[in-house]
Design a protein. Sequence first.
Length: 167
Amino acid sequence: MTGPRPSAERAVAALRTLGPYLGWICCAAGALLCALGWYGVSGEVYAARQIPYLASATAPGTALIVGGLVLLAGRDRGRDGSPVQERLRRQVAELHGLLTEPAPEAAAAGTGAGGAEGALLAVAGGSTYHRADCPLVAGDRDPQPVTPAEAAGRGLRPCPLCDPPAV
């Protein structure tokens, strides 16, 4: 089963709609409980008689205020079109573009002097040979062009990522 259940979707939609109102209601109820707790504590002289007011009114009131603030702070979270979400989408798209387009060094190596579109490259000390547009050699400082005969003579294997022609 893929995706959330319809009842879960309805609950999330209801929480997004009612979240801010619920937050304000929780904050107001918490403030009321804190005020009642303070009023009860202020009327008692002994600490032993103040504790029930703290436990039954002030502590739950504080918890309601914190919960209401959490609901209010999270009201923009997950909303489509929010500035944070749009910025994140742009950054992911930019990162995807950087990862999928060939690096300038690889493009220059494939079309530069002595390099044809089907040129093979190898890194010194490496065990594989690559196409000119392979991302594994794009970041390397000095990939060397190799002929199929040189690659076979050095015992190089084809790169599993760019899948150059076998020699």
